[in-house]
Design a protein around this ligand. Sequence first.
Ligand SMILES: *Cc1c(COP(=O)(O)O)cnc(C)c1O
Length: 367
Amino acid sequence: MISIASPLLGAEEKDAIFQVLLSGQLAQGARVAAFEQCFAEICGVEEAVAVSSGTAALHLALLAHGVGPGDEVITTAFSFAATANVILLVGATPVFVDIEPDTYTIDPASVERAITPRTKAMIPVHLYGHPCNMERLCQLAATHKLAVIEDACQAHIASIDRKPVGSFGTGCFSFYATKNMTTGEGGMVTTNDPAIAERVRLLRSHGQQEHYKHHVLGYNLRMTELQAALGLVQLEKLKGFTERRIAHATFLTQQLQGMVQTPVTRPGCSHVFHQYTICVPGNRDEWVNQLRERGIGTGVHYPLPIYRQPFYQQNLGKYRCISETAGEAWLPVTEAAARQVLSLPVHPALSEEDLATVAREVLRLCN
Ligand SMILES: *Cc1c(COP(=O)(O)O)cnc(C)c1O
């Protein structure tokens, strides 16, 4: 079976973990600090703060920007549920707007129409590794004094005109096992604002600056030395991993172009292909089954817009959808994408033979 995702771990990771075990320092220490510094450098930001997951990064970023009850946060419903869940977790109101039909990222014109006096922040998601239109979004944020919290959980070292994602606003990254680099579980907040970095540092560790002195009410969302040791090794390999993802995507697009809707990359953007996602005609379940029978794993990211998730359907008053279709409680482009998208294997562990098989079998289904 050709899997849809597979972490690439080698002898370097094994050695790094072994060194941590030998050191006896398992909880947050010098390796976490080193990982933060290296990550800040590749993102071109002043500060990076390591946390326990991408979800923790988003949650603490919202808290650090002072987002809470009574505030609205504009985001996309075409993402992993964590993007919106953190807005509910801080007591604010998610406001879902529609996406662009080709990049599947949040539509800046829809964001603009959704802004109210209560809007405090926006969470654009660099979905599948393609950067959002940050120029337009940052202009809107500046005009309306909104915080920009980038969900870059799928977009490590993606960039616009060579400026890395996570450096436009407050960046939130995930190192979950299937992401472009991994620490098993883990996350990072990136920022050029020392006050935001300081608040995230306090909140991740029970408000402590020094041991047993609690300045604010916080959490325990720290990263361990084991995770940071993995992160340092994976970060060294990230550029190579990413080049392979891009080469794989380029091959697939060469093979499939004109037969199905293949991913687009906007001018100036570097797309890092966390997913290679096509839009299939007809019955998607049929495609999933046929490809599985031929030994190809696929993924659907995501089958349900977040507002259709059972929890959201049970809590209709706690969020809003701002549709371009007057009076509708759903988002048409998001709905269509959720029905038809299909992610094909593109990860760096694939062989040339695997890729040729993927292309051949997808083409067979097109005919
Ligand atoms: C993975 C992911 C998250 C959450 O990251 P975790 O590390 O799993 O908590 C949030 N948003 C998006 C878009 C993701 O892909």
